[in-house]
Design a protein around this ligand. Sequence first.
Ligand SMILES: Cc1ncc(COP(=O)(O)O)c(C=O)c1O
Length: 328
Amino acid sequence: MHKEPLVYLDGRFVEKSKATVSVFDHGLLYGDGIFEGIRAYNGSVFRLVDHIDRLYDSAKSIRLTMPLTKREMTEAVLDTMRKNQLRDAYIRLVVTRGVGDLGVDPALCKDPTTFIIAEPAESVLGPRELRVVNVMVSAYRRDAVDATSHEIKSLNYMNSILAKLEANSAGADDAIILDHRGFVSEASVTNVFLVKDGDVSTPSAAAGILHGITRARIISLCSDLGIDVAQRDVTPFELTSADEVFLVGTKSEIRAVGSISGVEVGSGGAGELTRKLYAEFCKVVQRAEEGTPVYETGSVTVQRRSPGPASLSRRRRQPGPLPQGLKQ
Ligand SMILES: Cc1ncc(COP(=O)(O)O)c(C=O)c1O
């Protein structure tokens, strides 16, 4: 009989068909919650420390009291991988405000709901290759940093969904979304880079972007290659007149942009630097030290031990050392 994948749900592992949350959960009723989309390559969860840090930063900004410590959350992600015997996976980690009444008040939601889904990479992501995508500039503007900012990785994705719907109806692969001032912000679920005369730039946090983990790794990869990346305001004109434009994100990795609203970018294919970065990035993700090993935590450098919270006793195995860089 086919064994069902197991989903982590509030401290238990349940079969996929039974992994359900209440219709009174404010994550569902109001999009009140936060999440991370994470990838594991070759038995190591890529930049897991960064994802956990970003999740807790999002929680702080929406005043969500997390039900687990960072260390416990890390272990829960690794356990989900182990339970499903995965090495290459796409992981979705979600924490909602939890069950409340029909009013919006988060104060009436007592316990957050946490769930973690890990699926084999091939079933959710398709083959890894450098794809060239055609995008359009969306009429929808990214929410400002003092509004429902995408700096918070919240369950409220309507802004991206509207842009994606618009791209779908225009026959484009994706949409570039401008900020409230008219500068380039990001694409629906990826950050944007451009190359002009050898200079690499990407919109800064001021444009209301998600502080992308792939973006950060691409910036440091460029630095390793002796290339400075300017984080600055980018105009739509600069994008269409760039030599190369590419999009980066956990799920898509790197995508070359062939055209923007019908205007060809560079030669219309993947540019030289985009191809080089993609080749390098493919090597980076395979390095165990770029992530947190799933099956051999003993090999990871210990930075700091947590006090060992009581809820860890629910688990079979003893907690391993704290993954490198993890702040408790
Ligand atoms: C709006 C948005 N921007 C950028 C990204 C890329 O971020 P990351 O590289 O952390 O996946 C995502 C990823 O889901 C996203 O949703």
